[in-house]
Design a protein around this ligand. Sequence first.
Ligand code: PEP
Ligand code: MN
Length: 340
Amino acid sequence: MIITLKKGVTKKEFDAIIERIKKLGYKPHVSRGKDVTIIGMIGEFAEKYKDSFEAMEAVEHISEIQKPYKLASREFHKENSIIKIARGVEIGGKKIHVMAGPCAIESKDIVFNIAKSAKHSGATILRGGAFKPRSSPYTFQGLGEKGLRIMKEAGKKYSMPIVSEAMTIKQIPLISKYCDIIQIGARNIQNYDLLKEAGKQSKPVLLKRGMATTIKEFLLSAEYILSQGNYNVLLCERGIRTFETSTRFTLDLNAVPVLKKLSHLPVVLDPSHGTGVREFVATMAKASIAAGADALIIEMHPKPEEAFSDGPQSLLPEQFAKMMGELNLIAKAVGRELLD
Ligand code: PEP
Ligand code: MN
């Protein structure tokens, strides 16, 4: 349930409510808006304490969250959440951010080459996998920590926050040490222990929807992270499995307005995995922005035919540059900003 406090409550009154929630065995989640402070008291049977909290002097009113996901819901937080990343980058506001980079970190030369052209074209975040969730165990599995060191250096040189995937609980502190955003991949959307671990640290989490995950399940997975106290979650639509085989996955554009209605969290679209086909990436990137995405994540490579993974969906640097100019026009048309 949501406890809305009266304006001007004292610190003593606030602390008393927090203490009471903790004593009852619940975790308080505080959200301070411009005018009101609300406290989420989330957990099974929390509603049974409704009347007794309502009787407290400092409490304005109590409301129940109807949805199964609580902290992720718009009922809990009415305004769009703006997530602070690093180096002044914030996702969820007027500016649309584009994360770009190779699918996998392959070598220092390639990462620096891609970072340079991505930055030059207006990308603000560098992506690249050091631990790769490959469908086949015989394909390139990633450079591991060596790759993360390369990414960190490239991020520093080009002044870009970096994002990379953690596949296991053990990798969370490692990714968190080197990167500004921890990516949790589509295949791990229901790895609840991994989600909880990502919720116990404070780096923002890019949570990718599973290829067979409903929106409700997606938001419940986000709730696992939020429930541990990390409110910095970015929801990423990356394509779902349908009967269609002409593209690798089907980018679910419906997810954008649906997620925006149900949740306050920023929405990131991944047209690279969503289509799996280079030729379609820019078109779906434009559609994503028109639909209301807050950020995009795009794969690029200077020699896609030689890429260790996802070459067929990786844009050449010049294709990426052209796409960015077009995205800028769409962003303006929908009242957003993209290029400075
Ligand atoms: C990726 O971003 O390279 C990736 C593996 O994504 P997903 O988890 O969406 O397949
Ligand atoms: Mn990939």
